[in-house]
Design a protein around this ligand. Structure first.
Ligand SMILES: NC(=O)c1ccc[n+]([C@@H]2O[C@H](COP(=O)([O-])OP(=O)(O)OC[C@H]3O[C@@H](n4cnc5c(N)ncnc54)[C@H](O)[C@@H]3O)[C@@H](O)[C@H]2O)c1
Length: 284
Protein backbone atom coordinates (compact mmCIF):
# COMPACT_ATOMS: atom_id res chain seq x y z
CA UNK A 1 0.00 0.00 0.00
CA UNK A 2 1.13 3.52 -0.70
CA UNK A 3 -0.58 6.49 0.92
CA UNK A 4 -1.37 8.56 -2.17
CA UNK A 5 -5.08 9.50 -2.16
CA UNK A 6 -5.74 7.21 0.82
CA UNK A 7 -8.07 7.88 3.73
CA UNK A 8 -6.30 7.00 6.97
CA UNK A 9 -7.42 7.02 10.61
CA UNK A 10 -4.85 7.03 13.41
CA UNK A 11 -5.73 6.52 17.08
CA UNK A 12 -3.34 7.82 19.72
CA UNK A 13 -2.66 10.71 17.37
CA UNK A 14 -2.07 13.46 19.95
CA UNK A 15 1.72 13.05 19.86
CA UNK A 16 4.56 10.56 19.61
CA UNK A 17 4.32 7.85 16.95
CA UNK A 18 0.68 8.61 16.02
CA UNK A 19 1.37 12.26 15.21
CA UNK A 20 4.49 11.30 13.22
CA UNK A 21 2.44 8.81 11.19
CA UNK A 22 -0.11 11.55 10.52
CA UNK A 23 2.51 14.03 9.31
CA UNK A 24 4.15 11.40 7.12
CA UNK A 25 0.89 10.13 5.60
CA UNK A 26 -0.04 13.70 4.67
CA UNK A 27 3.41 14.24 3.11
CA UNK A 28 2.90 11.05 1.09
CA UNK A 29 -0.26 12.56 -0.44
CA UNK A 30 -3.06 11.04 1.65
CA UNK A 31 -6.54 12.33 0.77
CA UNK A 32 -7.50 12.57 4.45
CA UNK A 33 -5.82 11.84 7.78
CA UNK A 34 -8.12 11.57 10.80
CA UNK A 35 -6.28 11.72 14.12
CA UNK A 36 -8.13 10.59 17.26
CA UNK A 37 -7.00 10.54 20.87
CA UNK A 38 -8.19 10.86 24.47
CA UNK A 39 -6.49 14.25 24.44
CA UNK A 40 -8.81 16.03 22.00
CA UNK A 41 -7.16 19.47 22.22
CA UNK A 42 -3.65 18.15 21.55
CA UNK A 43 -4.98 16.06 18.65
CA UNK A 44 -6.69 19.04 17.06
CA UNK A 45 -3.45 21.02 17.43
CA UNK A 46 -1.48 18.22 15.68
CA UNK A 47 -4.07 18.17 12.87
CA UNK A 48 -3.90 21.94 12.46
CA UNK A 49 -0.11 21.70 12.23
CA UNK A 50 -0.43 19.14 9.43
CA UNK A 51 -2.87 21.20 7.39
CA UNK A 52 -6.33 20.96 5.80
CA UNK A 53 -5.94 17.29 4.89
CA UNK A 54 -5.91 16.39 8.60
CA UNK A 55 -8.75 16.39 11.08
CA UNK A 56 -8.37 15.90 14.86
CA UNK A 57 -11.05 14.48 17.17
CA UNK A 58 -11.42 13.20 20.74
CA UNK A 59 -11.76 9.42 21.18
CA UNK A 60 -11.56 6.81 23.91
CA UNK A 61 -10.66 3.52 22.18
CA UNK A 62 -11.93 1.52 25.16
CA UNK A 63 -15.48 2.72 24.36
CA UNK A 64 -16.71 0.69 21.40
CA UNK A 65 -19.58 3.09 20.64
CA UNK A 66 -17.08 5.95 20.23
CA UNK A 67 -14.90 3.90 17.87
CA UNK A 68 -17.94 2.96 15.76
CA UNK A 69 -19.07 6.60 15.67
CA UNK A 70 -15.59 7.69 14.49
CA UNK A 71 -15.60 5.07 11.74
CA UNK A 72 -19.17 5.93 10.64
CA UNK A 73 -18.42 9.66 10.58
CA UNK A 74 -15.15 9.17 8.64
CA UNK A 75 -16.85 6.94 6.07
CA UNK A 76 -19.68 9.46 5.75
CA UNK A 77 -17.28 12.38 5.25
CA UNK A 78 -14.65 10.75 3.05
CA UNK A 79 -16.49 7.78 1.56
CA UNK A 80 -14.23 5.04 2.93
CA UNK A 81 -11.34 4.15 5.25
CA UNK A 82 -8.35 2.66 3.42
CA UNK A 83 -6.02 2.37 6.41
CA UNK A 84 -6.94 2.21 10.09
CA UNK A 85 -3.98 2.57 12.45
CA UNK A 86 -4.85 1.34 15.95
CA UNK A 87 -1.93 3.04 17.64
CA UNK A 88 -3.20 4.18 21.06
CA UNK A 89 -1.42 2.36 23.85
CA UNK A 90 -0.53 2.60 27.52
CA UNK A 91 2.35 1.37 29.68
CA UNK A 92 1.92 0.71 33.41
CA UNK A 93 5.44 0.20 34.75
CA UNK A 94 4.11 -2.50 37.09
CA UNK A 95 4.84 -6.17 37.70
CA UNK A 96 2.52 -9.08 38.48
CA UNK A 97 1.64 -7.22 41.69
CA UNK A 98 0.21 -4.23 39.76
CA UNK A 99 -3.38 -3.60 40.81
CA UNK A 100 -6.17 -5.11 38.73
CA UNK A 101 -7.11 -1.58 37.65
CA UNK A 102 -3.74 -1.27 35.85
CA UNK A 103 -4.10 -4.73 34.25
CA UNK A 104 -7.61 -3.83 33.10
CA UNK A 105 -6.55 -0.48 31.67
CA UNK A 106 -3.70 -2.13 29.73
CA UNK A 107 -6.09 -4.82 28.46
CA UNK A 108 -8.80 -2.34 27.50
CA UNK A 109 -6.50 0.03 25.61
CA UNK A 110 -3.78 -2.29 24.21
CA UNK A 111 -6.07 -5.17 23.21
CA UNK A 112 -9.77 -4.28 23.30
CA UNK A 113 -9.02 -0.96 21.56
CA UNK A 114 -7.73 -3.01 18.59
CA UNK A 115 -10.72 -5.38 18.77
CA UNK A 116 -13.10 -2.40 18.65
CA UNK A 117 -11.25 -0.97 15.64
CA UNK A 118 -11.30 -4.26 13.73
CA UNK A 119 -15.02 -4.81 14.44
CA UNK A 120 -15.88 -1.29 13.29
CA UNK A 121 -13.90 -1.19 10.03
CA UNK A 122 -14.03 -4.79 8.81
CA UNK A 123 -17.62 -4.88 7.47
CA UNK A 124 -17.02 -2.04 4.95
CA UNK A 125 -13.51 -3.28 4.08
CA UNK A 126 -14.82 -6.79 3.41
CA UNK A 127 -17.66 -5.40 1.30
CA UNK A 128 -15.16 -3.44 -0.79
CA UNK A 129 -12.71 -6.37 -0.85
CA UNK A 130 -9.88 -4.12 0.31
CA UNK A 131 -8.56 -2.32 3.36
CA UNK A 132 -5.60 -2.22 5.71
CA UNK A 133 -5.30 -2.51 9.48
CA UNK A 134 -2.07 -1.41 11.13
CA UNK A 135 -1.74 -2.24 14.83
CA UNK A 136 1.00 -0.49 16.76
CA UNK A 137 2.08 -3.31 19.02
CA UNK A 138 5.66 -3.27 20.33
CA UNK A 139 8.88 -5.28 20.40
CA UNK A 140 7.46 -6.19 23.84
CA UNK A 141 4.83 -8.17 21.92
CA UNK A 142 7.43 -10.47 20.37
CA UNK A 143 10.00 -10.28 23.20
CA UNK A 144 9.32 -8.92 26.70
CA UNK A 145 9.17 -5.53 28.42
CA UNK A 146 11.31 -5.85 31.52
CA UNK A 147 9.57 -4.09 34.43
CA UNK A 148 6.09 -4.05 32.86
CA UNK A 149 4.09 -7.27 33.08
CA UNK A 150 0.72 -5.86 31.92
CA UNK A 151 2.39 -4.19 28.91
CA UNK A 152 4.21 -7.41 27.95
CA UNK A 153 1.11 -9.60 28.28
CA UNK A 154 -1.21 -7.23 26.41
CA UNK A 155 1.27 -6.45 23.62
CA UNK A 156 1.73 -10.22 23.07
CA UNK A 157 -2.06 -10.43 22.87
CA UNK A 158 -2.11 -7.55 20.36
CA UNK A 159 0.42 -9.31 18.09
CA UNK A 160 -1.59 -12.54 18.40
CA UNK A 161 -4.79 -10.73 17.44
CA UNK A 162 -3.09 -9.02 14.47
CA UNK A 163 -1.75 -12.37 13.26
CA UNK A 164 -5.19 -13.97 13.62
CA UNK A 165 -6.81 -11.17 11.59
CA UNK A 166 -4.05 -11.34 8.93
CA UNK A 167 -4.56 -15.06 8.43
CA UNK A 168 -8.37 -14.86 8.52
CA UNK A 169 -8.97 -11.89 6.19
CA UNK A 170 -5.97 -11.68 3.81
CA UNK A 171 -7.70 -13.72 1.12
CA UNK A 172 -10.72 -11.38 1.36
CA UNK A 173 -8.50 -8.39 0.51
CA UNK A 174 -7.87 -7.04 4.02
CA UNK A 175 -4.21 -6.74 4.94
CA UNK A 176 -2.85 -6.44 8.47
CA UNK A 177 0.52 -5.33 9.82
CA UNK A 178 1.89 -5.31 13.36
CA UNK A 179 4.25 -2.39 13.98
CA UNK A 180 6.71 -3.50 16.66
CA UNK A 181 9.24 -0.83 17.58
CA UNK A 182 11.63 -1.09 20.51
CA UNK A 183 12.69 2.24 22.08
CA UNK A 184 11.13 5.39 20.59
CA UNK A 185 11.66 8.90 21.91
CA UNK A 186 8.06 9.75 22.88
CA UNK A 187 6.42 10.84 26.15
CA UNK A 188 5.84 7.14 26.98
CA UNK A 189 9.55 6.24 27.09
CA UNK A 190 10.80 9.68 28.16
CA UNK A 191 8.62 9.54 31.29
CA UNK A 192 10.09 6.15 32.28
CA UNK A 193 13.66 7.29 31.64
CA UNK A 194 13.12 10.51 33.63
CA UNK A 195 12.00 8.40 36.61
CA UNK A 196 14.95 6.00 36.15
CA UNK A 197 12.51 3.10 35.67
CA UNK A 198 14.41 -0.15 35.11
CA UNK A 199 12.21 -1.13 32.15
CA UNK A 200 12.88 2.13 30.33
CA UNK A 201 16.62 1.77 31.02
CA UNK A 202 16.64 -1.78 29.64
CA UNK A 203 14.99 -0.48 26.45
CA UNK A 204 17.56 2.31 26.14
CA UNK A 205 20.42 -0.18 26.74
CA UNK A 206 19.06 -2.68 24.19
CA UNK A 207 19.46 -0.65 21.03
CA UNK A 208 18.98 2.72 19.39
CA UNK A 209 16.16 4.92 20.65
CA UNK A 210 14.52 6.06 17.40
CA UNK A 211 12.64 9.26 16.73
CA UNK A 212 8.92 8.96 15.93
CA UNK A 213 9.76 10.18 12.40
CA UNK A 214 12.15 7.24 11.93
CA UNK A 215 9.34 4.90 13.00
CA UNK A 216 7.07 6.59 10.45
CA UNK A 217 9.74 6.01 7.73
CA UNK A 218 9.92 2.31 8.64
CA UNK A 219 6.11 2.13 8.62
CA UNK A 220 5.87 3.61 5.13
CA UNK A 221 8.44 1.04 3.92
CA UNK A 222 6.63 -1.83 5.67
CA UNK A 223 3.24 -0.79 4.28
CA UNK A 224 4.72 -0.50 0.77
CA UNK A 225 5.85 -4.12 1.04
CA UNK A 226 2.66 -5.13 2.90
CA UNK A 227 4.86 -6.91 5.43
CA UNK A 228 3.06 -8.38 8.46
CA UNK A 229 5.80 -7.62 10.97
CA UNK A 230 7.18 -4.09 10.70
CA UNK A 231 10.35 -3.79 12.75
CA UNK A 232 11.81 -0.27 12.84
CA UNK A 233 14.67 -1.77 14.91
CA UNK A 234 15.93 -4.57 12.62
CA UNK A 235 17.84 -6.17 15.52
CA UNK A 236 14.49 -7.20 17.06
CA UNK A 237 14.21 -9.92 14.38
CA UNK A 238 17.48 -11.42 15.63
CA UNK A 239 16.36 -11.22 19.27
CA UNK A 240 13.04 -12.91 18.38
CA UNK A 241 14.86 -15.66 16.47
CA UNK A 242 17.21 -16.24 19.42
CA UNK A 243 14.22 -16.30 21.82
CA UNK A 244 12.43 -18.92 19.66
CA UNK A 245 15.50 -21.11 19.18
CA UNK A 246 16.89 -20.92 22.71
CA UNK A 247 14.39 -19.45 25.21
CA UNK A 248 16.55 -20.27 28.23
CA UNK A 249 19.67 -18.73 26.69
CA UNK A 250 17.74 -15.63 25.63
CA UNK A 251 16.26 -15.18 29.12
CA UNK A 252 19.74 -15.65 30.65
CA UNK A 253 21.08 -12.86 28.41
CA UNK A 254 18.29 -10.51 29.42
CA UNK A 255 18.75 -11.33 33.13
CA UNK A 256 22.46 -10.51 32.75
CA UNK A 257 21.60 -7.09 31.29
CA UNK A 258 19.16 -6.45 34.17
CA UNK A 259 21.82 -7.47 36.75
CA UNK A 260 24.32 -5.12 35.11
CA UNK A 261 21.86 -2.20 35.27
CA UNK A 262 20.92 -3.01 38.89
CA UNK A 263 24.62 -3.19 39.85
CA UNK A 264 25.10 0.25 38.28
CA UNK A 265 22.32 1.51 40.60
CA UNK A 266 24.30 0.37 43.63
CA UNK A 267 27.58 1.87 42.46
CA UNK A 268 28.60 4.78 44.66
CA UNK A 269 31.46 6.97 43.45
CA UNK A 270 34.37 7.23 45.94
CA UNK A 271 34.30 10.43 48.04
CA UNK A 272 36.21 13.24 46.36
CA UNK A 273 39.73 13.79 47.78
CA UNK A 274 40.04 16.57 50.43
CA UNK A 275 41.18 19.96 49.10
CA UNK A 276 44.94 20.62 49.45
CA UNK A 277 45.84 22.11 52.83
CA UNK A 278 47.06 25.75 52.76
CA UNK A 279 49.50 24.95 55.62
CA UNK A 280 53.07 23.73 55.00
CA UNK A 281 53.48 20.07 55.86
CA UNK A 282 54.73 19.67 59.44
CA UNK A 283 58.40 18.60 59.54
CA UNK A 284 58.85 15.12 60.95
N1 LIG B 1 7.70 4.84 22.86
C1 LIG B 1 8.13 3.61 22.74
O1 LIG B 1 9.29 3.31 23.10
C2 LIG B 1 7.23 2.54 22.15
C3 LIG B 1 7.83 1.33 21.76
C4 LIG B 1 7.02 0.33 21.22
C5 LIG B 1 5.68 0.55 21.03
N2 LIG B 1 5.10 1.72 21.41
C6 LIG B 1 3.67 1.88 21.21
O2 LIG B 1 3.45 2.95 20.31
C7 LIG B 1 2.12 3.45 20.49
C8 LIG B 1 2.17 4.96 20.57
O3 LIG B 1 2.86 5.32 21.76
P1 LIG B 1 3.92 6.52 21.83
O4 LIG B 1 5.22 5.93 22.08
O5 LIG B 1 3.73 7.43 20.68
O6 LIG B 1 3.52 7.20 23.21
P2 LIG B 1 2.48 8.35 23.55
O7 LIG B 1 2.21 8.18 24.99
O8 LIG B 1 2.97 9.63 23.01
O9 LIG B 1 1.17 7.96 22.67
C9 LIG B 1 0.14 7.14 23.13
C10 LIG B 1 -1.15 7.90 22.87
O10 LIG B 1 -2.26 7.04 23.14
C11 LIG B 1 -3.27 7.84 23.70
N3 LIG B 1 -4.22 7.02 24.44
C12 LIG B 1 -4.03 6.34 25.59
N4 LIG B 1 -5.18 5.75 25.98
C13 LIG B 1 -6.10 6.06 25.04
C14 LIG B 1 -7.49 5.74 24.88
N5 LIG B 1 -8.13 5.01 25.79
N6 LIG B 1 -8.12 6.19 23.78
C15 LIG B 1 -7.49 6.98 22.88
N7 LIG B 1 -6.19 7.32 22.98
C16 LIG B 1 -5.51 6.87 24.06
C17 LIG B 1 -2.52 8.81 24.62
O11 LIG B 1 -3.32 9.95 24.94
C18 LIG B 1 -1.30 9.13 23.78
O12 LIG B 1 -1.48 10.30 22.99
C19 LIG B 1 1.57 2.77 21.76
O13 LIG B 1 0.73 1.71 21.38
C20 LIG B 1 2.84 2.24 22.41
O14 LIG B 1 2.57 1.12 23.24
C21 LIG B 1 5.86 2.73 21.96
Amino acid sequence: MNLTDRVAVITGGAGGIGAALGRRFAAEGAAAVVLADLDADATRAVAEGIGPVAHGVGLDVTDEAQVRALVDETERRYGRIDLFCANAGVATGGGAEAPDADWERAWRVNVLGHVHSARAVLPAMLRRGQGYLLFTCSAAGVLTAVGDAPYTATKHAAVGLAEWLAITYRDDGVRVSALCPQGVDTPMLAGGLAEGHLGARVIAASGAVLTPDQVADATIAGLAEERFLILPHPEVAGYARRRAEDPDGWQAGLRKLVRRLRAADQYEPPPSPPPPSPWPAASP
